[in-house]
Design a protein around this ligand. Structure first.
Ligand code: AHM
Ligand code: MG
Length: 330
């Protein structure tokens, strides 16, 4: 069997794309290296160096920062920041964007949640990195809101790395969704899931049902519907919730079904962030044939007004996301 590495795959695509300069491929290669660093640390967590636990710092979201969060944020920032390919980095872990000096800057904006689900680190549950790449929109050297606050539909590429039973890198640049698995003995990612398509419907729903008391009535009705018995529509659905978005999303992408983090009475915009979590995964799910909405609007059509803006998220197979429209759409 021919084994295709991620780098070979990117180069082949570059050769097919008219006018490609190779900058995008180089950028992806930097992400790949950062992913290997983080993967190694995650796999060795608990051994040797004291990398588990909290830093004692609280981030812009008011959440305690884990040492591995900080490590991942720094590695991605260093490698991408020094690449000469980007002009700014926004991160779930930074209050403000990191602006690259113009003489070292390139034409892309890099957006990341460097280590999502990090509260699961200490208990050996899969966690992940989520990233997006946008093109700089404004003319000249200055980085403006037109560059930093783009609609999800303007993404050039997005992807995630899941540090799980194996480390996987899944991305799309608008031409299919492709998954690569890290061979740890070689330190190389190989194509393992070519042109991923999400099933049109699934048998699982994924939500933190502990929050039920704070949900609005339509949300409760939707979940009640999923629990009803009806053979024809394959109900009841099964409930699967890891509490680690990348892992819950990865399962949903491969097996079908729906992941939901709704708004509620306490937090009308839910918990997840538009730029760091919702938009990149929405870009992937749509290119795999699925859907993503905030309950009213397609995620990719939302114009964010703040870098750390939150959004309700319903993402997955067409049939299940259409149910959200049926129950929640005003
Ligand atoms: P984080 O970015 O601080 O790690 O938080 C996001 C995580 C997601 O991975 C997951 O889907 C969600 O929070 C779980 O939240 P909850 O514990 O409220 O169910
Ligand atoms: Mg996160």
């Amino acid at each position: 069997m021919e084994r295709i590495t991620l780098i070979q795959h990117l180069r082949r695509r570059q050769n097919m794309a008219e006018g490609a300069t190779g900058e995008f491929t180089s950028l992806m290669m930097e992400i790949l290296v950062a992913a290997k660093f983080v993967s190694l640390q995650v796999n060795n967590a608990g051994l040797g160096e004291d990398i588990l636990g909290l830093t004692g710092r609280v981030n812009i979201q008011g959440e305690e920062v884990q040492k591995l969060d900080e490590y991942a944020n720094e590695i991605f920032t260093k490698l991408l920041g020094n690449s000469g390919l980007i002009c700014a980095i926004t991160s779930e872990e930074y209050d403000k964007p990191v602006i690259i000096p113009p003489d070292q800057a390139g034409k892309y904006v890099f957006t990341m949640d460097p280590l999502d689900g990090s509260s699961n680190i200490d208990v050996n549950v899969s966690i992940g990195t989520i990233f997006s790449i946008y093109r700089k929109q404004s003319p000249g050297n200055e980085v403006t809101d037109d560059d930093l606050l783009q609609k999800g539909s303007q993404q050039v590429a997005s992807g995630y790395i899941v540090y799980g039973s194996s480390t996987m890198f899944v991305y799309t640049s608008g031409e299919g969704v492709h998954g690569f698995t890290l061979d740890p003995s070689l330190g190389e990612f190989f194509l393992s899931h070519s042109d991923i398509k999400i099933p049109e419907s699934g048998t699982t729903y994924s939500i933190n049902e502990g929050n039920i008391e704070t949900w609005e009535e339509p949300q409760k009705n939707l979940v009640d519907y999923m629990k009803e018995t009806d053979k024809e529509t394959q109900r009841p659905y099964k409930l699967r919730y890891i509490g680690s978005l990348v892992s819950d999303f990865h399962r949903t992408l491969l097996k079908g079904g729906i992941f939901m983090y709704p708004g509620d009475q306490k937090n009308p915009q839910g918990k997840l962030r538009y730029a760091f979590e919702a938009a990149p995964l929405a870009f992937i799910v749509e290119h795999a044939g699925g859907k993503a909405t905030n309950g009213q609007t397609r995620i990719l059509d939302i114009q964010p007004s703040e870098i750390h803006q939150r959004t309700p998220l319903f993402i997955g197979s067409t049939r299940e996301v259409d149910l959200v429209d049926r129950f929640l759409k005003k």
